[in-house]
Every structure is written in structure tokens, then in C-alpha cells.
Ligand binder design. Sequence first.
Ligand code: FAD
Ligand code: NAP
Ligand code: SF4
Length: 689
Amino acid sequence: MLLSPLAVGPLTLRNRLVMGSMHTGLEDRSRHLPELTAYFVERARGGAAMLVTGGYAPNVEGWLLPAGSMMSSRRMADRHRALTDAVHAEGAHILLQVLHAGRYGYQPFVRSSSSSKSPISPFPARALSARGVDKTIGHWVRAARLARRAGYDGIEIMGSEGYLINQFLAARTNHRTDAWGGTASKRMRLPEEIVRRIRAEVGPDFLLQYRISLLDLVEDGQTWDETVELAQRLEAAGVDVFNTGIGWHEARIPTIVTSVPRAAFAGLTGRLKSVVDVPVIASNRINTPDVAEQILADGQADLVSMARPLLADPAFIAKVSEGRADEINICIACNQACLDHTFANKRASCLVNPRAGRETELQLTVVPARRRVAVVGAGPAGLACAEAAAARGLAVEVFEAEGEIGGQFRYAMRVPGKEEFAASLAYFSRRLDVLGVPVHLGHRAEAADLVRFDHVVVATGVRPRVLDLPGAGHPMVMTYPQLLTGERTPGRRVAVIGAGGIGVDVSEFLLAGGPGIAIDGREPHGHSTDVEAWNRRWGVADPASVRAGLGTAVVDEPAHEVHLLQRKTSRIGRGLGKTTGWVHRAELDAGGVRGYTGVTYERVDDDGLHILDSGGRPQVVRVDSIVVCAGQESVRDLADELLGSPGGAGAQGGAGVGPRVHVIGGADVAAELDAKRAIRQGVELAARL
Ligand code: FAD
Ligand code: NAP
Ligand code: SF4
């Protein structure tokens, strides 16, 4: 069904995949339109039926950011022509998303239904006057008219995630007593009028897609009955198709991070579908063709929206239609290079595909001469480099000391809620196979193995830092690989030394009592696919019985008593991702993890871990086991040998009689290393080889 066409309003879509809206950071300045065009063209060429742009404000008050993206003049519209023409030339349709941020605007002109301040912006919003509401609707109509002038096939009206329209719809934020508030019915008038007046302006041959919030997940959000009434009124007013959204941005329940089960909310889309006559689109955590197909086959939706998965792999649909679905680069829902960048005001990209958003600058051109490349180490850095270099036509061989590829990712994928990392390794494995790259497993490469190559890429990664502490060799002390692989079993009370990303992951692993998950390639197993268990854990209720779906969370008894320690005095988990860190901190709190900051480690003995607390007082953390997550050090032996040898030319990438040596990923620098940097370095090097 994913590949079958569908008539939607005035359009016929070539398949069922819609690329959901994402703000890339390229929308805000017209000088970036060529890059934005290249980004969309690649996704259109890759087969998506319809693309939705990032949000464009209808007026200044609706800006997300100061001088943010906006569609308010003919000049702006005319600049988009080249973009829409280029997308159409690839056979796809494209919609402009119109988004009024309301009180989520990170700028001083914010307006909302009533005076209020959102928890996610420092700028308090002033209430729109009745005249202001009318003018705002006029600006939505203007944006739609201009979108048509710009060549867009329609617009998406952003009515979810807590932006202005939701701020009118919900009693949480709408305290008006005039024609635009006071009752649920009057609160619905804003989107209804927006749709009615746009339809009157643009006529029937322009697609109106409305993104509706199915589950607000905030107090005093909408009930299911209100959502149904809204949908039916909007359909009558002229909506052609409903896209769906889950959760306001200020909700304290995760909706798209990697620990949210795939397709967790598709059931609600199915319920919407049963009460409207126009097509509906499912969204959130749909990242493989199988998941999409299942949603369509179950009749839960007519179309599926994928946003981040098309950052990860622009050719998603092309690969499905060519029978190469197992070559799709899967979005692991980490948010590290997309949403975390957006919220830090940086251009969005993708951890597993660093070309995303940089299509014009990071190009993998095919080379005629088959230069020989050895990649030593099959962690994320080496895998990404080998795949990209082989795709360019280079003759690549991979050497991996262990019996499996993956490096540190093999540990990451055993953390509950991180099972998607296995899909990434399955992708690399398949791609290297298809590209005919020999992968020498269980082969610790030495300098002598590498003399026959033109280039040697040293991607030997990192090893866990060993504690330098009296008693560090005590039997209760273990490394995180020993714990995560099941080589060592911890006692009931466990101290985790080091509260970085890995220390936090290890704590969650301990709370859950182990992986509990059989990992066999692409498909994650266990609780991460159990939507009911996940709903219970986060208190997601049926919105038909509990307003906005905000129920009571029921947290399982933790499997271990966890003590998490760091020497820094900053808050535990401070360095975690902007859009994901709060989820991890919530898990630690729910599991009763005891955090210690500003500590000095003294020694380990049979009593446990002896520390000085932040006030310099001696304390014993009485535990049965200690897991060391104290960062990592580069594995540099091979790099140093090659770079120091006469044939290695003495310098990275330097010319000499032997192979040119390049060092990437953790082998290059262990500090601040993550897979985003490892993969980016790998692909950037592959583009230069
Ligand atoms: P490595 O992953 O260390 O790979 C190096 C490889 O080289 C290994 O397979 C090793 O066996 C091999 N090797 C070494 N010497 C030789 C030799 N002489 N010959 C052949 N092979 C050799 N990062 C994120 O960005 N996001 C996350 O959410 C995240 N979560 C994590 C969770 C956990 C529990 C862990 C442990 C790590 C996590 N990371 C995460 C970090 C991420 O996995 C690393 O940053 C990344 O793996 C580093 O990649 P690399 O290729 O440089 O090195
Ligand atoms: P990290 O984030 O740098 O944390 C290392 C921890 O070890 C710190 O808490 C540090 O805290 C402590 N430490 C450092 N040297 C020590 C020493 N000599 N003795 C005792 N403690 C010491 O690194 P990591 O946790 O090992 O993670 C590695 C990389 O993987 C990180 O860069 C991270 O970005 C990535 N990762 C990301 C995620 C994610 O969700 N995005 C998850 C896991 C891993 P003090 O110095 O304060 O004690
Ligand atoms: Fe998906 Fe992570 Fe890439 Fe974002 S950065 S698109 S979440 S894989």
C-alpha cells in the first residue's frame, strides 16, 4: 500500500509517503533558498509523494525566532518559485507549512489567546484583541494566497504541538470570554475561521492540510470529543486532509525520542479516520517501511508522515520500490543532529546522514580510479567512512578486531530504549555487503597488513578509562562493557562512577534489570515495542476517558538501587541532549536514582565506595557492585605507529611512499566524542579520499 497512489483533495499523490515538516534553519534567510532547494529536491528525487516545508509565520507576531521564516509579501513568495519548480520537476508535490508560534515564539512580539507565558520561552505573550484575531486570520489567508503564488500545491495549517491554534483551542491557555473563548465551541472558532476564509480565498484546487493535535498531553488540553468535533467542523470548512500531531512542546511526556515505541500513536489516527471522510496521515516514530505498511494495512491511516527518517535517508521510497528496503539508513530517533540543533539555533542535519541539510557542500562524487582504502575499525566512524567511500567507487576493505561490527554501538543498543541503534548497524552491514566491501572480522590490523593500500583510515575508536584508585581492582568493580554485554552480573546495590551519557544509560539499564531485549538485527524487541507498557509508564491515557490523555504514570519497581556519582558540581545529566536529556533525568528520578555531585573518590573496599562528599566529608556508598563509566581514551597504537613510520609520511594525510594515513572518530580525539562526530568525520573523509 505504501507505494500505491492516492487522490487527496485536488492532487493525486504517487504514493503514501508525506515528508513531515521540519525546521532546518535554512528557512529563515532567503540567501539559503538554494541550499533549501537542494535539500528538498533530494527528498523529492528519492520518491516521497509530498513534502511539507518547515513552518513559515503568517506575520511578525507569529515568528518562532526574531526575523524568522515568514510568508507575508509577494517578494518573499516569488523567491520560492525556483524551489517549488525544482520539486515539481522531480514528480513530488510540496506544501508550505504556515505556523503561528503564539506564546512559543522566542521573540518579544509574541501574542496568544490570553496573556500568559509558556514554560519554554522567556517572552510573555500579550492577548490578541478581537480586532487582532481578525487581522491574524487575514494574515493566514495572505500566507495561503502567497504560497499559491510561490507555486506550492497547498499549505499545511499548523494546529498541533501547542502553537497559537492550540492556545486558542485549550482552556489551559484561552481564558477569553468574547466570541473566541468561554466555551469549547467558541475556542474552536479560530481554526474554523482560518480554514473557511482560506478556502474562500484559494478555491477548490489548492490543498488544505490541517495538522490536528490528537493528544495534547497537558493539563486542561482538549478532550477526545472536542477533537472529533473540531475535525468535523474543519472538514466542513474545507480541509482536504488531516495530518496528526501528538503532545504540546511543553508536555512532560516524550513523543518522538528513541524510547517511544514505533508507531505508538497510530491507533489514535485510526480513531480520527473513523469520524472524518477526508484522508488522514499518521505520524510520530514511523521509521521503517514495515511499520508504515502495517499502519496502512490496518486501516489506521491513508498516508504516513515521516520527517526525521527522510533526513536519515532521502531515498527511502526509491529503495522500497527497488526492493532495497534493507538498504534504508534508519533514523534512530536520537534527535542529536536534528532537533537538538534546531533548539540550539544551528542548522539541522542528521547523526546517521551528515549530508542532510548540507547537500550542496558535502558531495560524494563517484571516482573513476579505484584507489585502495583500508578502514581499520568497524565502529560508527569506520563504518560510515567505508560505506561512503565504497559508494564513491573506491576499493575499500574493513578490518575489525572483534567478531562483530559496531564498536561502542554494540553496547549502546543494549540500553533499554536504544534498540534502534541495532538497526543502524544492520544498515551498515547490508550496505557493505551490497557494495562488495570485504569485512575482515576478528582481524586486529597491524601496520604490516596495510602496506598494500593507498589510504589507511584509522578508526580504532576508544577504550573505557580505567580508574586509578586504591581498590580499583576489587571484584565488585566492573567496566560498562562487562555489565552491558552480560559478562558480569551486578549485585542489588550499584554505584555508577561517572554521570555522563554512558553513566546515565548504564543507570537506566540497571533500573530496568538488563536489556530484557533480544537483539537480532533490524527489529527491536521487548518493552520498546509494547505500546501499552510504555503508555502505563508515562501515564498516557485514552483521551476519550481522561482529558488530553494525561493519566497517572505507573513506574515498575526498579531492579537495582542505583547511586550515580560525578566529581563536577553541576546538575547530573546536564550535558545530555537538549531535547532528550529531560527524558533521561525523568527516568532516573522515577527509578529513585540517588545522585552525588562534587565528590572525590577515595577507595574501594568490601564496604563499598569511599568518597569525600561535596563538603569534603568522608562517606561510604554501601554497594555490592561498582560500574565504571569514567569516559574513554583513544586507541592510538596503530595510528601512532603508522604516522611515526617512514612509510606513513609522519603526518596525517601526508604524502609519502606508503599509504596515506587518516585518523577519525574516537581514535582521533576521545574527549567530547559521540557518534554524530564519529560518523560526520567518516563521511567527510570519504568525500575527500
Ligand atoms: P568505536 O565505537 O570505539 O569503534 C572502534 C572499533 O575499532 C571497535 O570495533 C574496535 O574493536 C575496532 N578496533 C580497534 N583497534 C583495531 C585494530 N587494530 N584492528 C581492527 N579493529 C580495531 N553516541 C551518541 O552519539 N549517541 C548516543 O546515544 C550514544 N550512546 C551510547 C551509549 C553507550 C552505552 C555507549 C557505550 C556509547 C554511546 N555513544 C553514543 C557513543 C558512541 O557509541 C561512540 O561515540 C562511537 O561508537 C565512537 O565511534 P568510533 O568508530 O570512533 O569508535
Ligand atoms: P562523558 O559524557 O564525557 O562522561 C564521562 C564521565 O566520567 C563524566 O561524568 C566525568 O565526570 C567522569 N570522569 C571523567 N574522568 C574521570 C576520572 N578520571 N575518574 C572518574 N570519573 C571521571 O563520556 P561518556 O559518558 O563516557 O560518553 C561518551 C560519549 O558518548 C559522550 O561524549 C556522549 O556524548 C556519548 N553518549 C551520548 C549519549 C546521548 O544520549 N546523547 C548517551 C551515551 C553516550 P566528572 O569528571 O565530573 O567526574
Ligand atoms: Fe533521526 Fe537522529 Fe538523524 Fe535526527 S539526528 S534524523 S533523530 S537519526
